[in-house]
Design a protein around this ligand. Structure first.
Ligand code: ZN
Ligand code: MN
Length: 142
């Protein structure tokens, strides 16, 4: 879904959109970097110096609530945000922390887990960990 369509849907639901909020949404849709709230803040601040971290957080919460955002939480570390809310897989670099998408057909396990556990399964999350190509190259140079 593009920014215009998301804006239209949210306006129909009575959500107020300031230019700052719109800039946050557009950044999330255009970047493949899975930024932290802090990174989003610094990006938007370049264009809107008056933007606050509070605006970043409440916009992220609002987008998440309405199903337009995926939050990837990592325990103690800052969450990363993904403007693509469809279930997909990620690869995380253990050295630099970079998060990349890995697109493949979803593994069909939800039904089995539901039957075996008695949980109502809403989805699943799978991540791969390793060293990214850039870090592997740097390692060889050192
Ligand atoms: Zn790396
Ligand atoms: Mn992703």
């Amino acid at each position: 879904m593009d920014a215009i369509e998301i804006l239209r849907q949210l306006k129909d639901k009575g959500v107020r959109f300031t230019p700052q909020r719109q800039a946050i949404l557009e950044f999330l849709l255009e970047t493949a970097s899975h930024p932290t709230a802090d990174e989003i803040y610094h990006h938007v601040k370049a264009k809107f110096p008056g933007v606050s971290l509070g605006t970043i957080y409440n916009t992220l919460n609002m987008l998440k609530e309405h199903g337009h955002l995926l939050e990837l939480s990592y325990g103690d570390m800052s969450s990363r945000f993904d403007g693509n809310p469809e279930n997909h897989y990620h690869i995380v670099c253990s050295k630099c922390g970079r998060v990349s998408d890995y697109h493949r057909t979803l593994i069909d396990l939800d039904q089995e887990v539901m039957e075996q556990s008695g949980f109502l399964i809403m989805g699943h999350r799978m991540e791969f960990y390793g060293i990214c190509p850039k870090c592997r190259e740097d390692e060889q140079l050192n």
